[in-house]
Design a protein around this ligand. Structure first.
Ligand SMILES: Nc1ncnc2c1ncn2[C@@H]1O[C@H](COP(=O)(O)OP(=O)(O)O)[C@@H](O)[C@H]1O
Ligand SMILES: [Mg+2]
Length: 357
């Protein structure tokens, strides 16, 4: 069994008065050293999940996020982080104190979907990178620090002729694409063990996208090698959040598929599979995503296929989150959300579906 970076139990939260519910994500582990893809359409809860992992959404701050329910049937939501057992006394990221979370973020960093919220917009770029490098290497000397800043800038397409302009600029004066790359470079500069990358290349030009993704993979491989050679205590674990099926297929070892329904304001994980061992019969939602590029972000697909099975005039709010779009609906699908269960003994595979396919 792989070592886990995270084991997640009873992760279920409701924003406000039924504004959106991220539903029972239970018994899910994220493995040490893997690149995990979190895939799903816009609004299904991917960023919320990422913010829970980084501890930004937590029990202490639930008021700030207007969270009215956290956990399932009286059991607390729990994200265990066994990699550094000394950090969280209660071994739950979501119950971390301010001090614990500060310590935690030396090891876990997030590339935010909106880089504006993660960067000091008034700090010169070279200072941002220097600060980040000092998190992982507090004793680094000035010459090495300057060299490292330049290397990192080059890796993330901020170097070359542009560097002289960019290094003294402040993020507020740069383009959206440049800010995005600075956000990514800053996270890699900290040398953390876990990186949560929320739509890391979504707003970048196609030419830059490819290079940034390649750099992510190269960095991951380098860290993997150093870990195998005993030079590091942990390999690098990357969690890539994206709505892009191809990107996740190319970059990741495993995929966690999220589904959310904008009409019923619920989202959850419906399937987890290994990318090199994909079962023939996937969850009906993943199947639709895989075979129909237009399915993503196209709410009109709702209610198309199964008019005769249920009264399709109204949106069904109970049962499986996917019930309004599923072509295979059967009676129990209308009653409750199926839990995420292992449905194959021979492979590492989880599916939340009542239909026996
Ligand atoms: N603090 C909050 N209060 C109320 N609703 C929220 C809050 N944060 C997120 N949501 C809602 O939760 C849903 C999922 O959001 P998000 O996790 O950002 O989705 P994704 O990243 O998959 O696009 C959205 O409908 C969003 O409006
Ligand atoms: Mg998002």
């Amino acid at each position: 069994m792989e070592n886990s970076v995270y084991t997640i139990k009873n992760l279920d939260l409701v924003f406000g008065e039924d504004k959106f519910q991220l539903e029972n994500i239970d018994n899910v582990s994220i493995h040490s050293g893997e690149i995990l893809g979190v895939l799903g359409e816009s609004g299904c809860g991917k960023s919320t999940f990422g913010k829970c992992l980084i501890g930004l959404i937590n029990y202490r701050d639930r008021g700030r996020f207007n969270i009215t329910q956290f956990g399932v049937n009286g059991d607390s939501a729990k994200i265990a982080f066994p990699m550094y057992p000394d950090i969280f006394s209660g071994s739950n990221v979501l119950e971390g104190t301010k001090k614990e979370l500060l310590q935690y973020r030396r090891h876990v960093q997030m590339i935010f979907q909106n880089p504006r919220s993660a960067l000091n917009l008034n700090m010169p770029v070279h200072k941002i990178l220097k600060e980040a490098i000092r998190i992982g290497s507090p004793k680094i000397n000035k010459i090495d620090l300057r060299k490292k800043v330049k290397t990192i800038a080059e890796k993330f397409e901020l170097g070359g002729n542009n560097w002289n302009r960019i290094k003294n600029s402040k993020p507020k004066d740069l383009s959206g694409g440049e800010r995005r790359r600075i956000g990514i470079a800053k996270v890699f500069a900290t040398d953390s063990d876990v990186i949560i990358a929320d739509e890391p290349v979504a707003s970048l030009d196609v030419s830059v996208r490819g290079k940034i993704l390649e750099t992510l993979l190269t960095e991951w491989e380098k860290r993997q090698k150093e870990w195998k050679e005993g030079k590091r205590a942990h390999p690098l674990t990357i969690i890539i959040i994206s709505h892009d099926f191809d990107l996740i297929q190319k970059m990741c070892h495993r995929t966690m598929v999220f589904y959310g329904d904008i009409h019923v304001k619920r989202g959850t994980v419906v399937e987890v599979f290994e990318n090199n061992n994909i079962p023939d019969k996937l969850h009906p939602y993943t199947t639709a995503l895989r075979h129909d590029a237009h399915f993503m972000n196209n709410p009109e697909v709702i209610l198309q296929n199964n008019q005769d099975k249920v009264a399709r005039k109204k949106i069904i709010k109970t049962g499986c989150v996917y019930v309004n779009r599923c072509p295979l609906v059967q009676d129990d699908c209308l009653e409750k959300q199926p839990s995420l269960k292992s449905s194959r003994e021979d492979i590492n595979y989880l599916k939340a579906c009542f239909v026996n396919i």
